[in-house]
Design a protein around this ligand. Structure first.
Ligand code: GLA
Length: 381
């Protein structure tokens, strides 16, 4: 097995997690999201091994695997599929470009907490292999093939937001991304005198992946039904709320609620971005609370632990906004908290959470950072 202590690397890549301020479950519906890369990251060290196999060690899982590059198939071990899927899709795009290599992965990104350790791993592998073998993949190719890897090898039909934020993240900026065109605008992440605090519920319900795909299907069902009357729309996010409302008694309640949430959340994301530009943090925070309300009641991807955490913040006048973040069914809430009250905030909410759910909360204070990058080249240890 590889040993991370004595590993001599030729290329070292840092690949960050991401937060998303607002625009949840919007990427695969072709609308606007507002993510950013963060300072918590995965570090991946690579070296060529002059063979036709690659060996990958995860220091966190204390496990490694070896794979023949001529036989890239799905594994029963989930984390391996993120790696295998990326190698498979690079091979589709640039046949025979990946040669044998060894890789050691170390991470300070908590898994299953909604800050996208999966996209960090996918994009980190893609970027590392791209550098090591000088393959010439563009940022856009890395983003798309990493997403495809998750579809085909992991089985989650995710959108493009996470991979985009991980690759294109820019220090101190949020990315207002149009997920249909991939056009984006960088917005200064100026929350002064507030800061972004993540509270990790430390629950990760097993529904997360299966229900994610169900939501995609439900959105497709809504779109197909609405298109029968309004054939010119291609994405739910394009459809005006008024038109969606015409279907209130036509669509099954659940399907109607999903479509309503999507159109509302897309509008809310644009509104929130404008609030931030005008430094209207109260308005921005209200959008976050409304987003959570929709995710809880209309889109139904929250859970009792996340709802509790968000509800707790409403009594605290030094918090302007809070909501669940990411795919849902566990993971983190994102909170906009006055910088002088962060300690009090964490203490108050942690105590209440532990009393109610008998689970310890963890907090993550994030800085908004650059996307995936090579940090070192040349032999070192
Ligand atoms: C996960 C997916 C993303 C996005 C979010 C929800 O993180 O990977 O593509 O859909 O959920 O906004």
């Amino acid at each position: 097995m590889l040993d991370n202590k004595t590993f001599f690397s030729e290329v070292v890549i840092e690949s960050p997690g991401r937060i998303n301020l607002i625009g949840e479950h919007i990427d695969y519906n072709g609308g606007f999201v507002l993510p950013a890369a963060i300072d918590k990251k995965i570090t991946l060290s690579f070296r060529k091994n002059n063979s036709n196999t690659c060996e990958v060690l995860s220091s966190n899982f204390k496990s490694s695997f070896k794979v023949d590059l001529n036989n890239l198939v799905r594994s029963d071990v989930e984390w391996q599929n993120f790696v295998l899927g990326v190698l498979f899709h690079i091979n589709v795009l640039k046949p025979a470009s990946v040669k044998g290599f060894d890789c050691v992965i170390e991470s300070n990104l908590p898994l299953g907490s909604g800050i996208s350790s999966s996209a960090a791993l996918e994009c980190g592998i893609a970027e590392g292999v791209n550098e090591l073998f000088d393959i010439g993949l563009t940022a856009c190719e890395i983003i798309k093939l990493s997403r495809d890897a998750e579809h085909t090898f992991v089985g989650t039909k995710c959108g493009i937001m996470d991979q985009f934020a991980v690759v294109k993240g820019k220090k101190d900026h949020l990315i207002l991304l149009n997920c249909e065109t991939l056009d984006y605008e960088l917005i200064k992440a100026d929350f002064e005198p507030y800061v972004v605090v993540l509270l990790n519920s430390n629950v990760s319900h097993s529904l997360a992946s299966s229900e994610y795909n169900v939501r995609r299907d439900e959105c497709d069902t809504a779109l197909v039904a609405i298109k029968k009357k309004h054939p010119n729309y291609h994405f739910l996010t394009e459809i005006p709320i008024k038109i969606v409302e015409e279907f209130k008694n036509v669509l099954p309640v659940k399907i109607y609620n999903r479509a309503l949430y999507v159109t509302q959340e897309n509008k809310r994301t644009l509104k929130a971005a404008n609030c931030l530009k005008k430094k209207d943090l109260k308005g921005f925070g209200e959008c976050l609370y409304k987003s959570h309300h929709g995710l809880q009641h209309l889109y139904e991807v929250s859970c009792k632990e996340l709802d509790f955490l968000v509800a707790q913040t409403k009594a605290l006048d030094f918090v302007v906004g809070s909501r669940m973040m990411g795919g849902g069914f566990g993971g983190c809430t994102i909170n906009i908290v006055h910088k002088d009250k962060v300690g009090e905030f964490i203490e108050t909410v942690s105590a209440a959470y532990e009393e109610k759910h008998a689970i310890k909360l963890s907090s993550i204070i994030t800085t908004i950072s650059d996307g995936v990058k090579k940090i070192e080249y040349g032999v070192s240890n």
